[in-house]
Design a protein around this ligand. Structure first.
Ligand code: ATP
Ligand code: MG
Length: 353
């Protein structure tokens, strides 16, 4: 079992250190860890945010645990040299097309939600977002009409293979949860969405144990706020997923609590190859202060163990320890508490098993 640890910039190294301590405490047999440079840190040492050796290290691993990238000192660099490009480079080079973002309410934190506590309490959703297609990757440009009016355009397209592979990921995820899948589209207006819906329905035939429903994206956004407890797994395209997953995270509360996975088709000896990272960024405003909440990073490690290394039991132990830490009132500054990065790491370590 090989894991590449890419800590990155800002609070990345601080929170990675805590995830690393949790990983060490599990004493997994045969585990090999690599450490690589990425983001602004890599630019400073190698002149590029995603050096070839980092990419090779990721390719040679069963999974990548990724901290965060982003460094204000790099703001004036050309776009392709900026730290954020490393994430896009890794996703495309590694063929990671499925973004999994679980949003679950933690006991005792209902008051942190943007929603009323009795509604927030019900949130337990997994958003499966397609990551390699849609309007982000279609032909785009800027033109001026003959009468001098500027016009921007971005082509939205999906082919059936792209939809089918993300649908399979979502149906399988639903099988491992409450067996309910809601596919989100805008099929009343968009051709891409009509194809999306047709292919999801075709794919459903292979998963008779999963209950499939469909929802237009505007309604889904409303339902996420009105009654998020109705959702188990949601599957949607890149653009809609981008928006809905940020919305769902705010419904849960702190940005310091939410993990994500980016998966591809490549199977390893133990599971599916993937890259795992907190949904937050490098938080340069609090870097080096020892106050960052490492929970999202630690929960990303749990996802890694589940999806890439086939270690569901270890993942569940970590998730329970993080939930217990929160339930015991050990909260970081992001949640109005005073526990620092190390203290939260200690608390989680002390609650493993
Ligand atoms: P990106 O573009 O990389 O997503 P961002 O501009 O969205 O970055 P973040 O780095 O996510 O910004 O930070 C947003 C705010 O949340 C900042 O005030 C930051 O300090 C805070 N924050 C982010 N992560 C954490 C964390 N793990 N613990 C505590 N606060 C955090
Ligand atoms: Mg952000």
């Amino acid at each position: 079992m090989k894991i590449a640890l890419l800590a990155g910039d800002g609070i990345g190294p601080e929170i990675m250190a805590e995830a690393r301590r949790v990983l060490d405490a599990l004493s997994l047999p045969g585990l090999v860890l690599f450490e690589g440079d990425v983001g602004g840190a890599a630019y400073k040492r190698h002149g590029h945010p995603l050096p070839e050796e980092t990419l090779e290290m990721a390719r040679a691993s069963d999974a990548v645990l990724f901290g965060a990238v982003g460094d204000p000192a790099c703001d004036n660099l050309e776009r392709h040299l900026r730290p954020e490009q490393a994430v896009l480079g890794l996703r495309s080079a590694l063929g990671l097309f499925a973004n999994l973002r679980p949003a679950t309410m933690f006991a005792g934190l209902e008051d942190m939600s943007a929603l009323r506590p009795e509604i927030a309490r019900e949130i337990d959703v997994l958003i499966v977002r397609e990551l390699n297609g849609d309007v982000y990757f279609g032909e785009k440009g800027m033109r001026t009409t003959p009468d001098g009016v500027r016009e921007g355009y971005d082509i939205m397209s999906y082919n059936e293979d792209e939809v089918r592979r993300i649908a399979h990921v979502a149906f399988r995820a639903a099988q491992g949860r409450k067996k309910r899948l809601c596919s989100v589209d805008k099929a009343n207006v968009l051709e891409t969405s009509q194809l999306w819906r047709d292919v999801v329905v075709e794919t459903a035939a292979e998963y008779p144990d999963v209950t499939l429903s469909h929802m237009y994206v505007d309604n889904a956004a409303m339902q996420m706020v009105r009654n998020p407890g109705q959702f188990d797994v949601m599957v949607t395209g890149n653009l809609f997923g981008d928006i809905l997953s940020d919305q769902a995270s705010m419904c849960v509360g702190s940005i310091g609590l939410l993990a994500s996975a980016a998966l591809g088709e490549r199977q390893t000896e133990f599971g599916t190859f993937g890259m795992y990272e907190p949904i937050h960024g490098s938080a340069p405003d609090i870097a080096g202060q020892g106050t960052a909440n490492p929970s999202a990073m630690i929960l990303s490690l749990a996802m890694l163990l589940r999806h890439s290394l086939g270690r569901e039991d270890d993942a569940a132990v970590i998730e329970a320890a993080v939930a217990k830490t929160l339930d015991d009132g050990i909260l970081g500054a992001d949640l109005g508490g005073s526990a620092g990065t190390r203290a939260i790491g200690d608390a989680v370590l002390g609650r493993l098993k």
